[in-house]
Design a protein around this ligand. Sequence first.
Ligand code: HSE
Length: 446
Amino acid sequence: MSGKRGTSRIGVGLIGFGTIGTGVVKVLRENAPVIEQRLGAELRLVRIADLDLETDRGVELSDIRFDADASGLIADPEVQIVIELIGGYDVARRFILEALAAGKHVVTANKALLALHGRELFGAAEAAGLDIAFEAAVGGGIPVLRSLREGLAANRIERVLGILNGTTNYVLTEMERTGEDFDVVLKRAQDLGYAEADPTFDVDGIDAAHKLALLTTMAFGAELTFEDIPTEGIRGLRPIDFELATEFGYRIKLLGIARSHRSADGEERIEVGVQPTMVPESSLLAKVDGAMNAIEVRGNAVGPTLYYGAGAGEMPTASAVVADLMEIAREIVRGGRGRVAPLSYQPRFIEAKSFVTDAERHGRALLRLIVRDEAGTLGRIATLLGESGIAIESIVRRGQGEAGPVSIVVLTRSASEEAFQKATEGLSALPEVLETPRRIRIEEEG
Ligand code: HSE
C-alpha cells in the first residue's frame, strides 16, 4: 500500500480500547511525524474493537472504524498488525491465535497470558512465520526486553534482579515514609488510583512473577511458567520491619530475582523467586521510590546494567507498544520477519533447566517474630536458631512487654533456605510465638 510522499503504509488494528489503548492512539497521532521519519513508513490505525462503544476516550476517531467486532478487525485485509490490549487469559488468547491464523503479526502487553501460555502462542507465531512483540509486558515503557534481546545479546546473563511492580513499590515506599500499617497505605493507594480495587495480582507478587517468568526465559533460555516461581507478596509486612530495616541500613523492596548458578562442569541451574527483600540503602535499587520500576541485568562481559523508568501508565506503556509496532513494521517494509528471536533465544534452544535446591540457596535475612514476653523466650529463640544452623548477627526486642505481645527481630548470618524453613517450623511451634515468623531476605549487592 502506498502512503503520503511515497512511503509505505502499514495498517494496524487495536483490540481493547482502555487506558493503554487510548495512549496508543495518542502516541500514533501526536508522534506521527517522528515515527514516519524513523520508520520510513506510515503506521495507520485503521480499526479499533472494544465492547464499550460509549465512553469518550478524548481522542479523535473520525478516520478510524470503531466497533465491537474483534474478529472482523482481525480478518480485515487492511490490518497487518493486531494489537491485543484486553488483558486476561481466555479471550485474549483466542484473539491472538485467531490473528496468527489470519496471518497477522501481534503486539501485546499481556504478561499474564504470555507467562502462562507463552509456549503455545510463540509456537503458533513461529509456525505461521509471524511475530509476537511484547515490550510493554515487562517494565511498561522501559525498553528492558529489547536490551536483553539485542544490546546484551553477546553476554551470558548472570542475573536479573528488579522492582517489577509499581503498585507494591508505591505501598512499600509509603509504609516506610509514614510508619503506617499495610491496610491503611493500600487503601490510600486505591483511592489515589495507584492500586486496583482488587489488588491481589500486585500485592501477592503474581504480576511480578509473570514479568519475571518472561525475563528468566529471555535471560537464560529457560523454559518455565510463572507457576514455577516461588512467590511471596507484601501482605503481612509491618511498620516494625521497615523501622528495623532502616536501623540496619537497608530498604525493603519487592524484588524479582533470577540468577544463574554454574557448576565447575558448566551445568547451569537457575535460582528464581519473587519476595520482599532488603537491599543496602546505598544501592541504586534502594533509591527507586513510588510507582517506578527498575531492573538490573548483569552480563558476564558488560557487568551490571540498570534500566529505570515508568513501569505502568497510559503514555509510557503506549510508548513500548508503538515501538513494537515499528519493529514489526520495519520487517514488513523490508519483506522479512524474525530478525531477532522474540524470547531472545532461538526456540530450539529454550529448554527446561534445573532449579537450585533449598540446601544450595544461601543468604542473610531479617526474621521478625511476634511473641508473648516471657522469661527465657529470647534464649529459646536463639537456641532454636542455633540448632537449625542459623547464626545471629544482631537481635532486637521492641514493644511494651509484661502482658502484651512484643516484636523480636533477628538479623541473621548467611544460612541455607533449608535451615530457614526448619527454623520457621520450629519457631512457629513454640507456645509463646503468636504468629508465623516473617522472614525478609537480604540481597547484599542490590
Ligand atoms: N499493576 C502493574 C504495576 C501495572 O503496578 O506495576 C503494570 O504491569
